[in-house]
Design a protein around this ligand. Sequence first.
Ligand SMILES: Nc1ncnc2c1ncn2[C@@H]1O[C@H](COP(=O)(O)OP(=O)(O)OP(=O)(O)O)[C@@H](O)[C@H]1O
Ligand SMILES: [Mg+2]
Length: 340
Amino acid sequence: MADAREVVDAAADDLERAAEAALRPRRLADFVGQEVVRDQLSLLLDAANARQSPPDHVLLSGPPGLGKTTLAMIIAAEVEGSLRLTSGPAIQHAGDLAAILSSLQDRDVLFIDEIHRLARPAEEMLYLAMEDYRVDVIVGKGPGATSIPLSLPPFTVVGATTRAGLLPAPLRDRFGFTGHLEFYSPAELERVLRRSAGLLGAPLHDDAATELASRSRGTPRIANRLLRRVQDFAQVRGSGELDLAAAHGALDVFEVDRLGLDRLDRAVLQALCNRFGGGPVGLTTLAVTVGEEPETVETVAEPFLVREGLIVRTPRGRMATPAAYDHLGLDRPGDGLLFV
Ligand SMILES: Nc1ncnc2c1ncn2[C@@H]1O[C@H](COP(=O)(O)OP(=O)(O)OP(=O)(O)O)[C@@H](O)[C@H]1O
Ligand SMILES: [Mg+2]
């Protein structure tokens, strides 16, 4: 993001990742919510463990901060394999992937974050590795180059993506299991918050937990981040207790509104309503207007705005709903102009 970090931005930077590590559930049983995916994964992992073979390749998709990396780590822990971490953008050349693949050990879990950003040649190498447990290593250069097939030990690829739609079908098809992570309910986020507060050794008042859960945009990462800001507020300007007053104080300081929208979300809504008369407007135009990358608007702001019924995606572009005008405190435009 171009701006200073937003407190309810669902993406995380390096410093935050360190803070997150302490709060990450380590086993499937500690992973809150996502009942469907958790149940499916539990079956997959138990069966693999019973057969003493590595589980099928797993693809995890969903908006940022919902637990994809956490689940990848849990998968490795549950099969007692070691986790190897890489990401689509980190693999510039097929050779980078060949080096990783040829160093894999039996039962390793290879986690490829942002797998939709893998370069094409690497993608093709991955097909072969996932399907046949084989990698062709090229030795030498030019006409004298030869390819030496190397067989790989059984391993599991866990891919994560915020944009499952961008994955080429052949890659998607090589995953035996795809789990789509959904936004969390307020009740689930309360459980996340209580668990985190417990780990931080700071009791969270019930009413404060309820308030924070409803402002966390369905996202555990945001819930944990708000919790840390409430802890700051309580310590510096409050009574030291994580109570409702501290929660409200912190939410006010960081301008998190009633629905948990942050500045980017509100900027998108305002642009739609004020500049484009409610739309429809294309993603790129909208992104330029709010000074963001289209990908950020599409993956960070939009999914939640759509889920909250504030915007809709139509074949002609994005449109604001009456609820968006209400939320911004704007008059709804006249009949006929507005999506209903
Ligand atoms: N189900 C859950 N229960 C408890 N905590 C969770 C859960 N899911 C996520 N978290 C917390 O939220 C934080 C963010 O999760 P994680 O890093 O796994 O998200 P992600 O989906 O990989 O995000 P990104 O797309 O940005 O990589 C973690 O630190 C973890 O503590
Ligand atoms: Mg992640």
